[in-house]
Each structure stands twice: as structure tokens, then as C-alpha cells.
Design a binder for this molecule. Structure first.
Ligand SMILES: [Zn+2]
Length: 396
């Protein structure tokens, strides 16, 4: 027995249905029932040739134009492509050219991403850039419509599409829940009959190897639109009990300079605990996956009502706050892997008016993830046109 949707062949994952006298797969039952050996039905939507173009508030920089041209060239070679871009380099903008070309040729295009919140953001950005297209979001709370000129969905919702997309763009492939999730990978593979573009700031080793063997094309974009280097984090080795003191000193210095700080901690419990202590000295609060008024807190933070925000990895991606610095407490904790540290540090210097800033990592011991994060950022900075010297500051 085999499940044609998730590829499961383990007997223990199949359940017997006495009414229909057949077996069905329990491994992917969350995506609807599918019987053992039942063929997947192709889901095809009618398309026609279009004549659309995209409009951006800021034109593409020359680095972005070069990256878009390289994507075009590799697409002609019919290769799947890894787009390896620094946080804030504008990876969404450089794939718009591909979207336009595919849609104009009468092909179906999908854009999948891990988190629901980002689906809604990307849908809004795409609808602005392509005002002549019907851009739809398919995610939790939005599934009345499953076809549009351009479909933006969560990775989970890809199960609704079978051999549907001629071009499937997959963003944040290094993020939970897609990373290392065999079930979602198989579903994504079934959704696309054509070419795939993978977007990430932290590709895993398997993908990088595939680019070396030529199996996967690669396009790199490390220069952000303002061309300033990425902040390289300063690592502060100290005992767990001393980390709070270092943090307080850092926060005082930032407050004097009227700079807001995002403080990342490993767990929700830590966020609550540290927020309670830091509230005695600073205007601060905690924001975790359990916080109800997330949007309100973020809006208040944008308005400078807080000096600092204590948060977990829930805020590691997607958020852009002008002129922010970041600090990570217990950066040697297992939740902070290379990808999440790069994303956290990537929150710094995203605004063209404040293109640089500081990031500190407080830890008891140097982990291989911290080392790899710093090395990856240094590598990205080395490719920038001006020669910026980046130092790895280690203090004890
Ligand atoms: Zn299955």
C-alpha cells in the first residue's frame, strides 16, 4: 500500500474503513481523506495569455536587476533555483519579473510561505505591484477562493493544488514548519509541475551541495538597497546570572541614544520573567505567541511607547522596525539555531534612514550555531562592493 499524496508506505499508518472496505492514510489525514493507492487528481485552472507588468514604489537597484537577470537566464535553462538573499535585500521584488513573464505566457503561478501572517502581507504587496491582477491569499481563515491570477498561500494549503503550478515560489524554506518536514515537502512537490524558486536567507547544506553539483541553480543577493553591510553581532561570553547586568547596561546606553531594542529570550516563561524585572527600569513589555494583543503592542512599539520589547523567536522574521537594535539572552540555547540567529540579527538596519545598528549575543558558551551565523554574515558582507571590515568581537 502506498499513499500517493504523502508517499507513506508504512502499514501502521493506514487504517481500515469497514464501511467502504478499504484502507486510508492517517499520516496526511489533516489534509483530507485519501485511500491507499488512490491516484491524485490533477487540479487544473484555466489560464490565458496576459499583458501585465509590475509597478514598484522604488525601482530595482542595480544589484537587484542583476539578480533578476540571472534568474531569467537560469529559468531558460529549465532549472529550479535557490535564491540566497540577505535579510532585507528585497527577494520578493526580484521574483516579480519571473511572475510577470510566467503569467503573461498564460502559466499558473503560486507563491507559498510558512506563516499565515506573511501570506497576507505578501498578498497585499503583490496586489499593489500588480494592480491589474486578481491576487488571492489562501490560508487559515481565507479559503473561500482557491483560484486567482496569482495565488499566495501557506505551505500547508499547497495540498489543495495538484500538478497545478508552472512556477512555484517557496519563501522562507528554512522556517518552521516547512524545514525538515517530509510531508510538506512531498505536498509541495505534487503542487508544482514546472519550475521552483526557493527563497531563503539561510539555505541548508543539502541545498548548497545541490547548487555545487549543478542540480540547482543559485542566485545570490547580499546587498540591501541602501548598500550598507549587515550588522555583525557582538558575542559576550558571561555567566547566565551576569547576562542581565550586561543587558541592562546595553539598554541604558540605547535609551540615552533614543534607540529601541528587541530582546530575544528562549522561552515564553523567560519573556514574562525578564519583562517583570526590566519593567522596574524601562518602559517594556513581553510579546510571545501567547500574547493576545500582539498587533496593539507592535503598534505601540512603533510609536516609541516602549524602550524595549522582550520576545521569543515568534518575532524573528518579517518584522521591520526603524532604527532598532537587538539583544539575545542565552543565545547558546537550543532554540537559537543558525537560521534564527541570522534572522534576528537581520532585524537591524533595515531602514534606509537608519541602515546600521548593533546586535549583541549573550551566552555562556560559543555554540556552532553562533559561529556559523557570524561566518554567514561575514561572508555576505565580504561580497559587498565597498570593502567593509567586519570584526568578530568576543569579550569575556
Ligand atoms: Zn498520506
Amino acid at each position: 500500500m502506498e499513499c500517493k499524496r504523502c508517499g507513506n508506505t508504512e502499514k501502521s499508518w493506514f487504517a481500515y474503513d469497514p464501511f467502504h472496505r478499504n484502507y486510508y492514510c492517517r499520516k496526511c489525514i489533516a489534509f483530507g481523506r485519501i485511500n491507499a493507492d488512490e491516484e491524485l487528481k490533477e487540479i487544473h485552472y484555466e489560464t490565458s495569455k496576459r499583458n501585465c507588468h509590475y509597478e514598484l514604489k522604488y525601482p530595482l537597484t542595480s544589484a537587484q536587476q542583476q539578480a533578476a537577470a540571472k534568474i531569467r537566464q537560469l529559468q531558460n535553462e529549465k532549472k529550479d533555483i535557490l535564491i540566497y538573499a540577505a535579510c532585507g535585500a528585497g527577494k520578493t521584488e526580484i521574483v516579480m519579473d519571473s511572475i510577470m513573464r510566467y503569467i503573461n505566457a498564460g502559466k499558473k503561478v503560486g507563491f507559498a510561505i510558512s506563516r499565515r501572517q506573511v501570506v497576507l502581507e505578501i498578498q497585499e504587496r503583490m496586489a499593489q505591484a500588480f494592480p491589474m491582477l486578481h491576487v488571492i491569499a489562501v490560508c487559515e481563515g481565507h479559503h473561500e477562493e482557491s483560484d486567482g491570477d496569482l495565488i499566495i498561500c501557506t505551505m500547508h494549503q499547497l495540498y489543495r493544488y495538484v500538478h497545478t503550478f508552472d512556477l512555484l515560489i517557496m519563501d522562507e524554506i528554512d522556517a518552521f514548519p516547512y524545514r525538515g518536514n517530509q510531508l510538506l515537502e512531498t505536498i509541495a512537490a505534487h503542487a508544482c509541475k514546472g519550475q521552483r524558486l526557493y527563497l531563503t536567507a539561510t539555505p541548508d547544506e543539502k541545498m548548497l551541495k545541490q547548487t555545487e553539483t549543478g542540480e540547482l541553480g543559485i542566485v545570490e543577493l547580499f546587498q540591501r538597497p541602501h548598500a550598507h553591510p549587515l550588522a555583525t553581532p557582538r558575542v559576550i561570553h558571561t555567566y547566565a546570572s551576569m547576562q542581565l547586568l550586561y543587558l541592562v547596561r546595553f539598554l541604558f546606553r540605547c535609551r540615552k541614544a533614543e534607540i529601541q531594542v528587541l530582546v530575544f529570550v528562549p522561552t515564553i516563561k523567560d519573556a514574562k520573567r525578564y519583562a517583570r524585572w526590566l519593567r522596574l527600569l524601562f518602559r517594556c513589555t513581553d510579546l510571545t505567541s501567547q500574547t493576545d494583543a500582539k498587533d496593539q503592542i507592535l503598534a505601540d512599539f512603533h510609536k516609541h511607547k516602549y524602550d524595549c520589547l522582550i520576545t521569543t523567536t515568534v518575532l524573528e522574521r518579517g518584522i521591520t522596525i526603524k532604527g532598532i537594535y537587538v539583544a539575545v539572552l542565552h543565545a547558546d540555547h537550543i532554540v537559537f539555531n543558525e537560521a534564527s540567529l541570522i534572522q534576528i540579527v537581520g532585524r537591524v538596519g533595515r531602514n534606509i534612514e537608519m541602515p546600521s545598528g548593533e546586535a549583541i549575543l549573550l551566552c555562556q558558551r560559543m555554540t556552532s550555531d553562533i559561529k556559523r551565523c557570524i561566518r554567514a554574515i561575514q561572508k555576505m558582507n565580504e561580497t559587498l562592493p565597498q570593502s567593509h571590515t567586519v570584526k568578530l568581537g568576543v569579550r569575556r
